[in-house]
Design a protein around this ligand. Structure first.
Ligand code: PEP
Ligand code: MG
Length: 578
């Protein structure tokens, strides 16, 4: 029977196909057996080495976490080490390898799966279930390395369903086979959603406990525009969605074919539409979508492509590649915004930190100041890349003037050093800041004399203004870009920047939302930076509008006191474009 479940739409498009439930017991690994008895000793060895590796990892993790933690977390890790050396668990796995000729990974999965099923009827043992699953994950990773749960080589077309996906898993998805994804948790401007949009993967998040209730193989339709997951669709629903999918593709192709034209309003105002990227290879879509440049290069994603800490050369090779491929377009390189939900290398490595409230913690520029060598390496690489084209440096999560001045001093010292070494760089490279923390938004006039440009980061600005975690589906209905306080703050930022003669752009997700384009234009925004697939649509809206009509929209919206009224008004004004 057809069932429709509603979640949060985060990436447009329609996906139709069978489900693959990631992380569920039945779909983690397919059954696998040894072809020959002679392989058994080697398999036993693989398992025992994995146990030793897992134990060493946990011991290391325990001491690094312990150093920072306020509370004694040692017993959690001690329990994991104890479980790993539990003789009955070990002999169960070995029995499956030796008697049933299972591979080490399949034997681990079956053994732990059996333990977990045994614990499930006993709610007071729930924490133990998490421990067991954690150990299973660690052991499988130790046995299989990066192959485990990799999403880049599935080999068949599926719609992924998972409890949650990390930005790295989303970045790694095999686009030939993954049609779309849906998750139990997540929010519109979490980084998983941002990567999904950049890669044009239809996605819906915040679906409750869908990953527990749906079986792999079930046919579904995922509607990323309306946030729907339609389970076992009727033939008529399927036919309607197949048509919608074809229309969606045709509309995209039409927009793309016009995207080469500049974004000039009907009354002659030139607007710049740039693109946001996470990976150097996305520069190709900047060029294809005819962007005016790269308004945001999120460099923290370098950590995805490299094991361990990237050195100066690794940074430099990515940046110089982007600058060269941008072929004369300006490239805005943002310094590392690690932390919060972009804590890739913090997950298992020695820098593991447990922060209670990472959105307000040691993130971005704070993390860079706490790790001066890492920061200096990145600044050197950015300065070196500035010899190849127009490079601007953007600092995230700034909350005070002192922080900007400290970065400017650091950049100057790096430039002097490079010049002593005879290494080319642009001594006039522009340095700007993300306006995404309310303290900066409120006092932007204090930053005009020290910044070359501003970039409004609405994703964080909204979460910090409204006190709503951008990645938490439980409060997603409170995350309202159309909240009057957000609109007023954005107006004040644009006004202050104009009064101080400092160019201002917007690189948060709001800039690419068709509903807001006219309004932002009316407030005076002339630089948009959006996900590359959104560029053609944003340009088209600008080309078919006049500044006069945009100002009228902005005026009428600014007088409204409720988010619902704002939404209705903006939707009405944008209706003609859809
Ligand atoms: C923002 O906060 O709006 C932004 C563009 O940066 P990020 O999404 O990487 O935090
Ligand atoms: Mg941000």
């Amino acid at each position: 029977m057809e069932t429709i479940i509603r979640g949060i739409p985060v990436s447009q498009g329609v996906a139709i196909g069978p489900v693959y439930v990631l992380g569920s017991v039945e779909s983690k690994l397919p059954p696998s057996y040894l072809s020959d008895e002679e392989l058994i000793p080697g398999e036993v060895d693989r398992f025992q080495q994995a146990v030793a590796k897992a134990q060493a990892e946990i011991t290391k993790l325990k001491s690094s976490v312990q150093a920072d933690a306020r509370q004694d977390v040692g017993p959690i890790f001690d329990a994991h080490i104890l479980i790993l050396s539990d003789p009955s668990l070990n002999s169960e796995v070995l029995r499956r390898i030796q008697r049933n000729r299972m591979t080490a990974e399949y034997a681990v999965q079956c053994t732990i799966g059996e333990y977990v099923r045994g614990l499930k009827g006993k709610p007071f043992l729930n924490p133990r279930i998490n421990d067991m699953q954690d150990i299973e994950r660690r052991l499988l990773r130790a046995i299989l390395g990066r192959q485990y749960e990799e999403l880049h080589s599935l080999g068949r077309e599926v719609v992924i369903i998972a409890h949650d996906l990390t930005p790295s898993q989303t970045a790694d998805m095999d686009r030939d086979h993954i049609l779309g994804f849906a998750t139990d948790i997540g929010g519109t401007t979490g980084h998983t959603a941002i990567v999904a949009r950049a890669r044009e993967i239809p996605a819906v998040v915040g679906l409750g406990n869908i990953s527990d209730t749906i079986q792999s193989g079930t046919e579904v339709i995922l509607d990323g525009s309306r946030g729907l997951l339609i389970i076992s669709p009727q033939e008529s629903t399927r036919a309607a969605y197949e048509k919608m999918r074809a229309d969606f593709r045709r509309f995209g192709a039409e927009l793309l074919s016009e995207s080469g034209r500049p974004a000039v309003t009907l009354d002659g105002c030139r607007v710049h539409v740039q693109g946001n990227i996470e990976f150097p290879q996305e520069t190709e879509s900047i060029v294809r979508n005819s962007a005016d440049g790269i308004g945001l290069y999120r460099t923290e994603f370098i950590y995805l492509e490299n094991e361990g800490e990237p050195d100066e050369e690794t940074h430099f090779s990515s940046y110089s590649r982007v600058v060269k491929a941008a072929a004369g377009r300006p490239v805005t390189i943002r310094t590392l915004d690690l932390g919060y939900d972009k804590a890739f290398h913090l997950q298992d490595g020695e820098n593991f930190t447990l922060e209670k409230n990472p959105g307000l913690g040691c993130r971005a520029i704070r993390y860079c100041f706490a790790n001066p060598d890492l920061f200096r390496n990145q600044i050197r690489a950015i300065c070196r890349a500035s010899a190849f084209g127009e490079v601007k440096m953007l600092i995230p999560m700034v909350s005070s003037r002192d922080e900007v001045q400290k970065v400017i001093r650091l950049v100057k010292s790096v430039q002097e050093r490079l010049s002593d070494e005879g290494v080319a760089c642009d001594p006039d490279m522009q340095i700007g800041i993300m306006v995404e923390v309310p303290s900066v938004a409120l006092t932007l006039d204090h930053f005009c004399d020290i910044c070359d440009f501003f970039s409004i980061g609405t994703n964080d600005l909204i979460q910090y203004l409204l006190a709503v975690d951008r990645a938490n589906e439980q409060v997603a209905q409170l995350y309202r870009p159309e909240h009057p306080s957000v609109l007023r703050t954005i107006k004040n930022i644009i006004d202050s920047a104009q009064a101080g003669n400092v160019p201002v752009s917007m690189c948060g997700e709001m800039a690419g939302d068709p509903m807001f384009v006219l309004f932002l234009l009316g407030l005076g925004l002339r630089n948009f930076s959006v996900s590359p697939p959104q560029i053609p649509e944003v340009k088209k809206i600008i080309r078919t509008s006049s500044l006069e009509s945009a100002r009228k929209v902005a005026d009428s919206v600014m007088s409204l006191s409720s988010a619902r009224d704002v939404r209705n008004c903006l939707r009405g004004a944008a209706a003609k474009y859809f």
